[in-house]
Design a protein around this ligand. Sequence first.
Ligand code: PLI
Length: 460
Amino acid sequence: MFEKEVFAEPYKIKMVEKIRKITKAEREKLVREAGYNVFNLKSRDVYIDLLTDSGTGAMSDEQWSEMLKGDEAYAGSVSFEKLQKAIDDIMGFKYVLPTHQGRGAENVLFSVMVKKDDVIIGNMHFDTTKAHIEVRGAHAINCVTKEAFDTNSDYPFKGNIDTEKLEELIKEYGPERIPLVMITVTCNSGGGQPVSMENIKKTAAILKKYNIPMFFDAARFAENAYFIRTREDAYKNVPIIQIVREMFSYANGATMSCKKDAIVNIGGFVALNSPDLYQQCTQFCVIYEGFVTYGGLSGRDLAAIAQGLYDGIDYEYLKSRIYQTEYLGKKLREAGVPIIWPIGGHAVYVNAREFLPQIPKEEFTAQALVVQLYIEGGVRSVEIGTVLADRDPITGENRYPELDLVRLAIPRRTYTLSHMDVVVDAFEKVKKVKDKIRGLRFTYEPKVLRHFTARFEFVS
Ligand code: PLI
């Protein structure tokens, strides 16, 4: 039995937002009307919303007070200075371009660095990163450690780069075709799994040999640093900020979606240590995002990010954050729900094919579980499986990823452990009807990014 440790969230609640639980019959009707796609639901009809941890966190009083002080000057605002200073202090990058969110940062950086037929290697690229690579006619290659595919082993760093394969890929394609390598920390597409400092160092050393720059997709850099502290012996009790500084010291730059570990509702940036690269990126920031000191954000957004970066690396906060995710994951595992192990930083990932073996993958096993979880408990989750994988653009056939997952992503500082108990209870209810759950088929299937707007019906 997973016992609650005696410690509490390192904050008290100052403002609340009502949530409401509607009846199961209402949820059945609403999800049917939504075409069995939870993206089409209204949030007011969701009891516990675990669709994403992106932009859904609760800001601190210090962030709100920074927002009030936000300087809204078009150019050279005080708020931008604060952001620049925070990024320099925490990550050690001197050159910063704000962007409206993470994908904006990818667009600005890749507009300069990525061209047709290039090869961008990463542990596991996030969808928007992959899309920004492929839209330029370049190739996105995942090179995560093979341990990542064993969902039950205790291996502590399943986000690691497979360094042997990395070197083979560099030799196969040639360093001149590889403008950068991108390490996503933590590795969202692989289950929120961390990358060890040892692996970061080793990867950096290999890339140095071939003169290939290394970048971080830093959306969840602070959670990664917490895992390094708690799972890598050499970093036991090392202050988080010191770990973060060391992580970034090996990199040439980073893109970041601040909607995650900077605990804001919108924002992102590109951070660099090369003045030349910065200069080249500025024109694309101006075209796509906004002037170089605001990048599509208001001054108050910049100020909230600056403060949020410090909030995000607070050890006590990170401890309660990761504890909450583990609390949910361990309780689900005890209840017999198969999950990716070890539990990731921002989310618990349920292995739907193992949980609902009677639903063939052609009938979107994980999507069927997402729907039933909403019907039973009002919990909104997200499918990370066949629907998300889209069709192969050449053959037109469905792509079936190795795992069909349901992600329960936990917004930061938003829900309590009692809410997690409600999620576990929803799974208990799903378990009771598990053998009766039916698969789904499309009634509407958009050509690209179908998981956002597709509609389904039950296979009878
Ligand atoms: O949603 P954006 O554009 O701010 O960020 C894109 C993005 C980049 N990298 C990584 C690792 C992400 O997880 C990411 C966005 N993630 C979302 C929306 C999520 O639900 O996980």
